[in-house]
Design a protein around this ligand. Structure first.
Ligand SMILES: CC(C)(COP(=O)(O)OP(=O)(O)OC[C@H]1O[C@@H](n2cnc3c(N)ncnc32)[C@H](O)[C@@H]1OP(=O)(O)O)[C@@H](O)C(=O)NCCC(=O)NCCS
Length: 176
């Protein structure tokens, strides 16, 4: 891996984060508009209370990010289940954090930066008092699924009650 450092992002990093998002595909959630157009929306979403944004830097350049917030907030908004079944055991995940997106610049992938960001986010969430982490991964996203597995996540076998049945996502959970 290149000389990569990871730290919490500040408002000043927002433009750099958005540049990476345009490369990872996450900017599509903002209609692929220019940074100037989505600045207010991004600020409100990424720098609101409870949300943490970590960035990976190669020197001064932002090459990746990982964002998380409280699962309960996300679950309530999306009407998701608060219990999941893992290996036959029912687990209450309302005190868990929820990953809201991880991305690495295409040119910097395959060097372990994604995994380093995943682990840094887990460790920061644990430090903040969350009991675990939940991530929602598209079933075709092998690099991301690989990272959840290597970071110690297990795939949920059964999602109880209110979860939408999209059929295309996989849910991964790690208990701290
Ligand atoms: C997912 C993502 C963050 C991973 O970043 P990264 O820095 O390349 O991750 P790492 O180098 O730590 O690890 C990638 C793993 O996936 C594997 N991988 C990469 N491309 C792969 C592919 N096409 N098929 C299968 N595995 C693949 C790598 O071999 C590596 O696994 P290994 O360590 O066992 O060899 C990056 O691919 C990305 O930004 N994708 C677009 C956004 C996205 O999908 N984010 C995740 C969901 S929010």
């Amino acid at each position: 891996m290149a000389e990569i450092s990871i730290r919490k992002a500040t408002y000043k990093d927002l433009e750099g984060i958005y540049t990476v998002m345009q490369n990872t595909g996450h900017a599509a959630f903002y209609g692929n508009k220019s940074f100037q157009e989505v600045r207010a929306e991004l600020t409100a979403k990424l720098f609101k209370e409870g949300v943490t944004v970590l960035i990976a830097l190669d020197g001064e350049n932002i090459v990746g990010y990982s964002i998380f917030g409280p699962y309960l907030q996300y679950a309530t908004k999306k009407n998701l289940a608060l219990d999941v079944e893992i290996n036959g055991k029912q687990v209450d995940i309302r005190a868990y954090a929820c990953s809201l997106g991880t991305g690495v610049l295409e040119t910097q992938r395959g060097q372990g930066i994604g995994l380093a960001l995943r682990l840094a986010a887990d460790s920061e969430a644990k430090h903040q008092g969350f009991k675990g982490m939940v991530t929602d991964v598209d079933f075709w996203n092998q690099p991301s699924k690989r990272n959840q597995y290597k970071a110690g996540f297990v795939q949920v076998t059964k999602i109880l009650d209110r979860r939408r049945k999209s059929g295309i996502n996989t849910l991964w959970v790690k208990t701290f």
